[in-house]
Design a protein around this ligand. Sequence first.
Ligand SMILES: Nc1ncnc2c1ncn2[C@@H]1O[C@H](COP(=O)(O)OP(=O)(O)OP(=O)(O)O)[C@@H](O)[C@H]1O
Ligand SMILES: [Mg+2]
Length: 306
Amino acid sequence: MTATTTAGPLTSPTHAAYLAGQDPVLTASDISITYEVDPPVHAVKGASLTLHRGEILGLAGESGCGKTTLAYGLNRLLKPPAILRSGEVTFHDADGADVDVVGLRGDALRAFRWDKVSMVFQGAMNSLNPVISVRDQLQDVMTTHRPQMSRAARGARSAELLELVGVDPVRLDSFAHELSGGMRQRVMIAMALALNPQVMIMDEPTTALDVVVQRGILREIMKLREQFGFAVVFITHDLPMLLEISDRIAVMRDGEIVEIDTAESVYARAQHPYTRTLLASFPSLTGERGAFVRGGGPATEEGEES
Ligand SMILES: Nc1ncnc2c1ncn2[C@@H]1O[C@H](COP(=O)(O)OP(=O)(O)OP(=O)(O)O)[C@@H](O)[C@H]1O
Ligand SMILES: [Mg+2]
């Protein structure tokens, strides 16, 4: 297979080989989303992507290119003035059933969201409810989605969730303003983990945090992914970070996915001029690369990057 040069994102033979061994968990095809304002904003234009079980798919692209809008489309979270103009989203449940996400309504939609696909919203750590304790925020998710769960079980699960994201359970009694930014973001991740989803969409989960805190949280996400096997759509404009943590990267520009490939291929031989421009805009990528979050050491694997 040669690189695609017509419509659709650029991709490589390496990518095709990677796909051969993968099992899809979420498939989106030809997604177009418009904000019906005057004049209308065509925020997503014919985007297609497949997320595989347990994989980290990075979604990169500059501010305003449509990353958040696409993420909302994947999770049926669009609200007016945003309209899904075309496209299909299918969730391939671990139990074997295929779910038409766009067609979900009412209870079926509530049972799907958070349970199957959860989301860490952009800026969410700044929107934690200030008058509700961490315990009550975590328990809220369970009360809503697991009404049969006992009070004791909910309490135990809340403590367990905090421990999973590296926050001392004594923090259950804290309120948002008593927590650092990093802790607040970890609480948001704990909420998204609460029901053991098969997919987590993380929209800029570490952008507002300093580098050290950011690294700690990324390590935690990688560890949890290993442990629980969920897939992640990781959204950020920080391409160097995506190169470190992602299995594959989709590059979005002006509402379209212009290139999708393995992280290694994007780094070593990006095909789309826009991807190359984006890569070149990060000085850290043109010089020595930092330690891999994943490996903990310098990037020398595959012999491509040294
Ligand atoms: N409620 C809205 N009404 C009209 N246009 C909107 C609305 N929300 C977003 N847009 C527009 O849709 C486009 C895509 O926005 P979106 O928030 O999805 O981008 P993004 O890639 O997530 O950006 P960022 O990196 O800044 O988060 C932008 O042009 C934006 O201005
Ligand atoms: Mg966004």
